[in-house]
Structures are given as C-alpha cells and as structure tokens.
Design a protein around this ligand. Structure first.
Ligand code: URA
Length: 247
C-alpha cells in the first residue's frame, strides 16, 4: 500500500500535516536516499526508507522497544532539566514510556506508541508483576518476607498488595545484573528480589523504608512476561514483540 509522504511523516510523529509539508519544502526529506520536495509523492511504508535530516523514520504501526534504562534519565517525553529516556530510542512515531522508573533506577523500561498495551500493563486492575533487584543499606531480615506478603503501610490510604521477597544468597544468578561497584563488597542478605503487583510512587524504596532499611541501588529485571536480557547493555534498546510474549 502506498501513502502520501506528508501523511507518512505525520503518522510517524514528525509533526502536523502542515508542519511536515514545511519540512519537505526545506529539502530535509529523502526517500531511499533521494531528496524529495513534494508532499503528495507516494511512499510504500514497508519498502521505502524515508529519512528526515538524514535520520531514518521507522515504519508505521505499533512499535515497542525494551530499553535497558541507565540511571540519570527521566521517564518523560520531555524534560527541561534532565535527559529523557526518549533520547535512547529512534525518534518520532509518538512514542512514550510505559510507566515510570525513578531517575536513579535502572532496568527494564518499555517505550511504545501502543496505548492499549500500555494501559493493560499499567492498569491497577491488571496486577502485572514487576520484579526489582535491590541492594539495601544492610542485611534484609527474613521477617520482611512475611511483612511484604501481608502488605505494608507506606503512608498511602491502603497498605501495599501482597509482594514476594527473595533474599539472594551470594551465588544467586540475579547478582550478575549488579554493576561491579555493588557486587564488590556485597554482604550476605544485602541483595534482594522484590516482586510487586502495583506501581505506586517510589514503591520499592518506600516498602523497605517502612521496615527500617534504605535502598541504595535499584534495577527492574522484569515487567509482566518480559525480562531484561543480561546481554542488553545500559542505554541499549531492542524491538520487542510483547503480544507474542507469554508468561
Ligand atoms: N520503586 C521505586 O522505589 N522506584 C522505582 O523506580 C520503581 C519502583
């Protein structure tokens, strides 16, 4: 199927129809490497490579990236103070982050233009599991697992939903996700895996604070059916087919 170039670019999130017409007039757009000046020219989204200022725009349709979020980036489409996670995926196409990780939290973050999928993953009614690897400021007590399984008061109207805590032994495979500076000198009981079903503000940090510990490092390892590939480096993103992922 062929569509007009201005519609292709507008659908790809490059601006309104009149904005993209101006971009085309400024000779900023190429199709398969050839500069074009006519907004009405037809492109095939499946086979033509359309670039704006030399950057290839991705084809239409829903797209989801699985990003290994590094610390220092905020989960927002725009921010006046800090770099955003959007800088780590190809631009355009109306992409947005699926939920939020704190600026200092690392790990699995989805970036998509699929509103329905994002809603399913984030809806409080969906109870989608999220597993975090945390390093604490001291050893976890075995009693925390009971506290978290019963729900804890973190100062909200209702206690947290039941969550599952695993205290990692020193040979636990998840420790491979820790940056060198946290793996070196790690003491028994300091690294834990916490699986929560909600996504409240600073939830993991507040749950540990409620039982008398502080989180000094936090990384999300899984979100619903998706896990962070160990080989995916911080700041790297891969396209992900979430519809065909099943737990
Ligand atoms: N819980 C937190 O405290 N921070 C995050 O970034 C995610 C979950």
């Amino acid at each position: 199927m062929q569509i007009r170039l201005d519609k292709f670019l507008a659908d790809a999130g490059m601006g309104t129809r009149s904005e993209v017409k101006n971009i085309i007039k400024r000779k900023a757009v190429t199709i398969n490497g050839v500069c074009v000046e006519k907004p009405e020219i037809k492109v095939n989204p499946d086979t033509d490579e359309v670039a704006v200022n030399g950057k290839v725009t991705a084809p239409r349709g829903n797209v989801t990236y699985l990003l290994h979020k590094p610390a220092g980036y905020v989960c927002a489409v725009e921010d006046s103070r800090f770099p955003t996670v959007m800088e780590l995926v190809p631009r355009g196409r109306n992409l947005f982050p699926v939920g939020r990780l704190d600026k200092d939290t690392e790990g699995l973050l989805l970036i998509t233009n699929d509103g329905a999928m994002a809603h399913r993953m984030l809806s409080p009614r969906s109870h989608v599991d999220k597993t975090y690897l945390a390093v604490l400021d001291g050893p976890a007590k075995s009693g925390y697992a009971v506290d978290f399984s019963e729900g804890v008061d973190i100062g909200d109207e209702t206690p947290t939903l039941p969550a599952k805590l695993v205290i990692c032994d020193m040979a636990h495979p998840s420790l491979a996700y820790l940056p060198e500076e946290y793996r070196t000198g790690l003491r028994p009981g300091q690294a834990v895996l916490l699986t929560i079903q909600e996504g409240r503000y600073h939830q993991v940090k507040r749950m540990f604070h409620a039982v008398g510990r502080e989180v000094i490092y936090l990384k999300r390892l899984s979100f619903g059916p998706l896990s962070l590939p160990l080989s995916l480096k911080k700041g790297e993103a891969v396209l992900c087919d979430i519809e065909n992922c099943r737990e």
